[in-house]
Design a protein around this ligand. Sequence first.
Ligand code: PGA
Length: 271
Amino acid sequence: MASVTNSSSSSKERVPFIAGNWKMNLDHLQSIAFVQKLAWTLGDARVDFGGVEVAVFPPFTDLRSVQTLVNADDLPLAFGGQDVSAFDSGAYTGEISAAFLKALDATYVIVGHSERRMYHGETDEQIAAKVAAAHRFDVIPIICVGETADDLEQHGPSAVPVGQLRTALGGAARGKPIVVAYEPVWAIGSGQPATSAQAQQVATALRSTVGEALGDEAAAATRILYGGSVKAGNIAGFMAEPDVDGALVGGASLQLDEFASIVRFQKHIVA
Ligand code: PGA
């Protein structure tokens, strides 16, 4: 494990990743307008897309429109789905196959978001099956893990997210990329983010977990995001941590200027 710790704390070679999860907001027309304006705003700000990757996660009904716009205008933005079926095809009314996401050029898919766990009863085993489904079609899963306030009190900071990740990685194919998002449930939408030190502590444990499951090389290459009340005012602190490689942004990703400012975290001065 020592090599994992060393590689994670060296100057970051992983390209920072800012991902906007729009949750159940914006229809396809609103998404088109937003993506267009986001691209203009980032272009005007001369964002160096070699130094930061930006992705948006619209509702399923918007994906085709976003794909058409991104491809037609050759926008430097990635996109993905907010969820995926564990099944590839068949009689699963309402489900969306990873094959369909791939057919729309989706690079990523979010799996195991705490809202899916909470409101749809998703288990770690189902999330592992979704990771496997994404990998079967070369869509990169963004595996979300995080503890509730009760978990934190009872089990400490890393135990629950590490356990969730360990099971989810049971579905991962060796050699295929993953992204991990540490999102404490108590920080999501609450306006009370974790401290950057808390995020770093859990991110280190998650990186070790990736190493145990997929090997040291995967651990060093995997981007670990922090999510939960990320704003323009706190992003730079998170990004300064050696094991935090980006952010999964919810509410603030719907505010154009705020999101654009988060993307430009490298220009912020950390106090
Ligand atoms: P938030 O949501 O930024 O609104 O806290 C984060 C998320 O749910 O991914």
